[in-house]
Design a binder for this molecule. Structure first.
Ligand code: R5P
Length: 294
């Protein structure tokens, strides 16, 4: 892979270093200047090889989509012929249908945008629910959807040998089931009703909660309200402890404070999104996927 360039932005530099280490190349920085009116100017290395790996996760997505719109054609002008986007967190995947007439199906539109931009996409635990495959979302592009469920499962199993892995909603079954299969831990999922951005209701599955050590697992935590309500419900039903393990630690606003107030103990995540809770690195699996895509 050392005939490739690895380009990254400064806020993802730690992951860029880790990924570069796995690929045996040094990452190169894309400099980003913000003008007073909010416009962005990017500066890339001025000579690029044919193959370029661009690391850009889409947490705080709107800004970063503009960065992609600028960085990818600029990279092509500077010599790149094949660009693989390593996008550890792929945003806009949750709006996969029009829930009310007139709503934009963001997943499809952002997917098509990426399809026009890059030649390959590698991501982790994209929120695919009603649409089974990332190839459908980003048509005509080599896509790899990895999962951090086993990594997180192993981390949990080493610290909570008797944990019950609990998904807060039916969509999370895909992740908790994978983690449970890898570790032999018990698993279950709740039912969730979302009434608003910060208003969710959780119904626990009917099991004996007394004394259980619960670890909530999900692909993404944003406002944290899904996890907060689930933690409340578990502790109210008699669980001994509740910890949290998520792939993508967005944790916006007061999410962490709300989780602590709800009685959550440990909060663990991957480094797919830069965050203080990160305990396991996705860099090795990203590098394997890059080698596999060729
Ligand atoms: C959606 O179903 C996802 O898997 C998460 O459960 C959800 O996005 C979490 O959002 P929040 O943290 O805002 O409740």
């Amino acid at each position: 892979m050392n005939d490739s360039a690895l380009l990254a932005f400064d806020d993802e530099w730690e992951l860029a270093i880790a990924l570069g280490h796995q690929m045996a190349i040094d990452p190169q920085l894309i400099e980003c200047h913000r003008f007073p009116d909010g416009e962005l100017k990017l500066r890339l290395p001025d000579l690029l090889p044919r193959r370029v790996v661009l690391l850009r996760g889409l947490h705080q997505p709107n800004e970063k989509l503009i960065e992609l719109l600028l960085a990818v054609p600029a990279a092509r002008e500077l010599g790149a012929r094949h660009i693989t986007l390593v996008c550890p967190y792929l945003a806009y995947m949750r709006q996969d249908i029009a829930f009310r007439p007139g709503e934009a199906v963001s997943q499809r539109h952002i997917g098509e945008l990426l399809a026009h931009l890059v030649d390959g996409v590698i991501t982790i635990d994209p929120h695919l629910h009603r649409i089974a495959s990332l190839d459908t979302v980003i048509p005509g592009v080599r896509c790899t959807a990895l999962s951090a469920a086993e990594l997180l499962g192993d981390w949990v199993a080493a610290r909570r040998t008797d944990a019950l892995l609990l998904g807060p909603d039916e969509e999370s079954l895909q992740w908790v089931a994978r983690a449970a299969q890898a570790t032999g831990l018990d698993h279950a999922v709740c039912r969730k009703l979302r009434l608003g951005d910060r208003d969710v209701r959780i119904a626990l599955p009917e099991i004996d909660w007394s004394g259980r050590r619960v670890v909530l697992m999900d692909d993404v935590a944003s406002t944290g309200r899904t996890l907060v309500e689930t933690a409340h419900a578990c502790l109210g039903a008699g669980a001994r402890s509740v910890d949290v393990a998520v792939t993508h630690a967005l944790f916006v606003g007061d999410a962490l404070a709300q989780l602590r107030a709800a009685g959550v103990g440990e909060i663990w995540s991957t480094d797919a999104v830069p965050h203080g809770s990160s305990v396991v690195s996705v860099a090795p699996m990203l590098a394997d996927a890059l080698r596999e895509q060729g």
